[in-house]
Write a protein that binds this ligand. Structure first.
Ligand code: E4P
Length: 223
């Protein structure tokens, strides 16, 4: 199981990366804008994330043509070092993905809204594919069902391309997808708290703590 953090906000991301529980960070232009990270600050932010423990980092390229996408991807990597490149699943983006994959760059085909789109991503040699579960559901589609079909396609064709599921709205969706064989997710930092939020556990721990306090006799060497 690999969990990524879907955020460009260092205040959110650094402490969670320091736990060692997360494989890395996914960003996109919207997350960068939301975190107030302009292109001038991007290399420093990426470096802080690496220093905090991110093993894999994704930055999204942009542009209308394959050449634009590739030129901007080169600029990103020149400035930020060995980051993975996110590319939208468009005709130009798929052609750019093929070129980047052939050059040994870790790629993440993104903005995936239906299961058929996983096929061009596989043909392009994408390392990861990012379906937007929440946004599919927001648009009246069966987001979880679409992603489970994508996983079945990847398994059936024996592809090494992995789903890196994004736009997650609930821990229950993560669990349902994991039960269906999906093993890589990118989550907003707040979702991590939700994943661990169980009132019955909290209450059980409170009782344990009370019982420790009640039975903890003073010993030499204990303060
Ligand atoms: C991936 O990084 C996506 O852009 C992101 O997960 C979308 O999530 P949202 O649907 O909450 O905006």
């Amino acid at each position: 199981l690999d969990l990524f953090l879907d955020s460009a906000d260092l205040a959110e991301v650094e402490p969670l990366l320091a736990t060692g529980l997360f494989a890395g960070v996914t960003t996109n232009p919207t997350l960068l804008a939301r975190a107030g990270v302009g292109s001038d600050r991007l290399p420093a932010v990426v470096e802080r994330m690496r220093a905090a423990g991110a093993r894999t980092l994704f930055v999204q390229t942009w542009g209308a043509t394959t050449e634009d996408l590739l030129r901007n991807a080169r600029e990103i990597r020149d400035r930020c070092g060995d980051v993975g490149i996110k590319i939208p699943v468009t005709p130009a983006g798929i052609a750019a993905t093929r070129a980047l994959a052939d050059g040994g760059v870790v790629t993440l085909v993104t903005a995936v809204y239906n299961h058929v789109q996983v096929l061009p991503a596989v043909a392009a040699g994408a390392t990861f594919v990012a379906p937007y579960v929440g946004r599919m559901t927001d648009n009246g589609r069966d987001g979880v069902g679409e992603v489970l079909t994508m996983q079945r396609i990847l398994d059936a064709v024996g592809s090494s391309t992995r789903l890196l599921v994004a736009s997650l709205r609930s821990p229950a969706d993560v669990a349902r997808l994991a039960a269906g064989g999906v093993d890589c997710f990118t989550i907003a930092p707040a979702m991590w708290e939700q994943l661990l939020d169980e009132p019955l556990t909290t209450e059980a721990v409170r009782v344990f703590e009370d019982d420790v306090a009640r039975t903890r006799a003073p010993h030499a060497g204990h303060r």
